[in-house]
Ligand binder design. Sequence first.
Ligand code: NDP
Length: 248
Amino acid sequence: MANLQGRIALVTGASQGIGRACALELARAGATVALAARNQAKLEEVVAEIEAASGQAAAFALDVASEESIKSGAKAVLERFGKVEILVNNAGITRDTLTMTMKRAEWDDVLATNLTGAFLVTQAVLRPMLKNRWGRIINISSVVGRTGQAGQVNYAASKAGLIGITRSLAREVASRGITVNAVAPGYIETPMTAVLDEKLRDAMIATIPLGRAGTDAEIAQSVVFLASDAAAYITGHVLDVNGGMFMG
Ligand code: NDP
């Protein structure tokens, strides 16, 4: 198991689903985890879960769609822990509809949260990470950012954009001991996908060679791997964790 003892991690969208699983798994590997999302009460529940397992964590209410909220949230994290060494940009939303019917607000909301949010959170913690000369930035993209998906031009653009950020930033910060990678999950059972109807779910699973949906823990384990010393020589990479749904 990876040893992240003494490391400070920040996970956005940590109140449920993949973000929650990442926070639990990072804490299990020994990291102290700052959990961020809009709903403070739900974050506190995850913090309690981590503490009950003898881990260390704290909750920070933060809206990644708001620059002001990111600035004050990141400031609070840095005041509390001094630095962020592992950043997991996971917060994300969907507003699915066909291009012909997509409202400007549906485009803007998804891009602001999934793409601009990740950029601004990264910027907010990057200076101390550069000074620290060690860091791991892990962006949660999606298989859809690689293949496209009807009804998701906004979401797919945001997730493909995260891959662009990953590869560009990886080149900018490599000399400072910071790696930047993306994880591209396939179809994972979380509250986000629980709203899909059964027919769509079955159709999706029929496209997965491994024949099942993935779990949030399986994504979290790949995140912990990328955060670990075992992944020290991996940067600018997009790790597909999708049961074979797409083979890049
Ligand atoms: P969920 O909807 O279950 O969880 C999303 C998390 O993001 C919640 O903690 C939510 O908390 C937080 N969040 C949403 N908007 C904001 C915001 N403006 N500011 C801060 N936090 C926010 O999603 P999943 O766990 O399924 O997905 C997590 C990530 O993985 C997303 O980026 C998603 O696109 C990606 N992904 C998921 C896949 C899947 O099949 N589930 C497949 C591929 C990628 P709150 O509402 O309290 O803010």
